[in-house]
Design a protein around this ligand. Structure first.
Ligand SMILES: [Zn+2]
Ligand SMILES: [Zn+2]
Length: 590
């Protein structure tokens, strides 16, 4: 009887507290995921308003501003572009403008090229399919005219993986390939074979809020109508039918005379900011973070079918921001010994920009950081309260710590995974800090306009927030430093499309002005690390391919198979170095 009575009291008090907590979480999520925040896209007022809200909350909770007396850590990042007036194509008396027939792609370089036009089919070089549009034609210095997609798009028996599209169909792959074959510019056209002839071709300007790294040559789309008008003797439909009928290239000269192609785009930068606050404490520093940016009106990364719709990102990641704010409130109320740096990161969705900047410009002594805990999407706990703590293997002690922390949270915990992952904790892991990643799992609304506040499980988020507090408390009470575990598995490169594995980790915060591929690390035991390549190195060449950016790197790597040895040139401390790298097959994931 007494026991039951006691349990009832405990339950009531716990419930009352949980109600406060889930109410607070709900308030934050509804504010951050309101349409008025504009999906917290880079460059929007909504993102700045969200930053102000978070800073005000931190102030109210009683956190100390960490950045020279400010809650904001501001920095510039490359974002979007402006299209100038000089985007056009001129051939003799005839011409095409953005109003009528041509449009630069978002990844086009700016410039003018005056050269003859060569048709190179689908613009594909695919030794694995024994197919090369560039085999019997010289495009050096020329403008390559390329069709979108790949041979046999609707042919289930096509050697280009039937109805699936291969990486060769990607426009960036085509641009890299054209550039590697010496083309000075590229024109893209939709082949007529599968096009809906009742629909007028419309070229839309690339969204100006798109992050881009230019591909090194001017690239323009051109309508079939304009192609026919400018080059009346060129028979696109016939050529496409011929290529598709037997998967044989039909590359040829389109013009003997020069065509003048101009693209006019300029790169812009925007000011963005991390928002942080400190819970004062002892020497050890624990970092608690969550990104507050999202996809705005559907920038790159959106999976929504609709264009230009607000992506509220209630789960991704208003939920995580709400979680760190309320964890901070609990830390102020019931302090632990360590200092806790609470940070809401910006520019996560565009490549972990905010956390990368913070790690490089850390407001406290980085050597004092014991671990980092990242909350990214914690609002969709399932009915059974099953919760997976990721990056659990980044320190030897984590499974014990998480186990103790989970007591009385009502969560059923699984603890797994290394420190790599597609969110901000990875930058701390690369800085050799143990990390934990809280994530309630992907769902149908992920990166869509339907990720809304009314779909959040606020009681579940309260449980996760309690776990975050408990975890920091347990890490704090663990007296020795944690044992960092370096993983030898590769980071997920997205879809396993790479046949050969190189084992390097790009620096996502590479400045646009830097030509090459800057690395933030190399996988222990991987091909790059074995050949002596490490974080900070700037890759400039792989085999014959000059590496201007990450896309060139992906392109180059695709042409090799596991077991191949490739010569890689890189810069270290302003000196050129060369390494022979033996590529491997990607290690199997567990
Ligand atoms: Zn996220
Ligand atoms: Zn996201």
């Amino acid at each position: 009887m007494f026991q039951i009575f006691l349990i009832l009291i405990l339950c009531f008090s716990a419930v009352a507290q949980a109600d406060d907590l889930s109410d607070n979480l709900k308030r934050h999520v509804y504010y951050l995921a309101d349409d008025a925040r504009e999906g917290r896209g880079i460059g929007t007022k909504g993102l700045d308003d969200a930053a102000d809200y978070i800073a005000a909350q931190m102030k109210e909770i009683g956190l100390t501003p960490p950045f020279d007396g400010s809650y904001f850590q501001e920095f510039d990042m490359g974002w979007g572009f402006e299209m100038g007036a000089n985007n056009k194509l001129v051939y003799g008396e005839k011409s095409a403008t953005t109003e009528d027939g041509v449009m630069p792609t978002g990844f086009s370089a700016a410039g003018t090229v005056t050269a003859p036009v060569r048709f190179v089919g689908y613009g594909i070089t695919a030794p694995e399919f024994e197919y090369d549009d560039y085999a019997d034609i010289d495009v050096n210095g020329a403008i390559a005219l390329v069709m979108r997609k790949e041979p046999g798009e609707f042919d289930s028996t096509s050697k280009f993986e039937g109805l699936n599209t291969t990486l060769h169909a990607a426009l960036r792959t085509k641009a890299s390939n054209a550039k590697q074959h010496g083309a000075a510019a590229m024109l893209l056209v939709d082949g007529p074979l599968y096009a809906d002839s009742t629909q007028a071709e419309e070229l839309v300007a690339p969204p100006s809020n798109e992050a881009y790294i230019d591909c090194g040559i001017p690239v323009m789309r051109m309508t079939r109508k304009k192609v026919a008008e400018l080059f009346p003797e060129f028979e696109l439909a016939k050529l496409q039918r011929s290529i598709d009928s037997n998967t044989q290239p039909r590359s040829l000269e389109v013009t003997k005379d020069s065509v003048s192609l101009s693209t006019d785009l300029s790169r812009e930068t925007v000011k963005v900011k991390n928002v942080g606050g400190i819970v004062e404490g002892g020497d050890n520093v624990l970092v608690l973070g969550a990104h507050y940016d999202h996809l705005g009106y559907g920038q790159s990364g959106s999976l929504d079918e609709k264009l230009n719709v607000i992506h509220n990102g209630a789960d991704d990641n208003a939920s995580g921001v709400a979680g760190i704010l309320e964890t901070a409130r609990m830390l102020k109320k019931t302090p632990i010994g360590s200092t806790v740096l609470v940070v809401a990161f910006t520019a996560e969705e565009t490549g972990l920009g905010g956390s990368s900047h913070l790690v490089k410009h850390f407001p406290l002594d980085m050597a004092r950081v014991k671990m980092m805990l990242n909350l990214d999407m914690v609002g969709r706990l399932n009915d059974k309260a099953e919760f997976t703590v990721l990056s659990c293997k980044s320190a030897e002690e984590f499974s014990g710590i998480v186990d103790r922390a989970s007591q009385e949270t009502g969560l059923t915990i699984t603890c797994k995974g290394d420190g790599y992952g597609p969110s901000d904790h990875m930058n701390f892991y690369l800085a050799e800090k143990p990390v934990l990643f809280f994530f309630t799992g992907a769902h149908a609304d992920y990166h869509k306009s339907t990720d809304d506040a009314d779909l959040i499980n606020y009681n579940g988020a309260a449980k996760v927030t309690q776990l975050a507090y408990n975890t920091l408390r347990e890490v704090d009470s663990f007296n020795s430093p944690l044992t960092y575990v370096k993983s030898s598995e590769p980071p997920d490169q997205g879809g396993g499309a790479f046949r050969a594995y190189f084992g390097s980790i790009p620096d996502y915060a590479q400045p646009d002005s830097l030509i090459g591929v800057l690395l933030s690390g190399a996988r222990e035991g991987g091909p790059a690390a074995t050949a002596g390549i490490k974080g900070g190195d700037l890759l400039v060449r792989m085999g014959k391919v000059k590496l201007n950016n990450i896309y060139d790197f992906v392109f180059a790597l695709k042409t090799y198979a596991p077991g191949d040895t490739v010569e890689v040139e890189y810069m270290r401390e302003n000196k050129n170095e060369v390494a022979q790298v033996v590529l491997k097959a990607p290690p199997q994931k567990h």
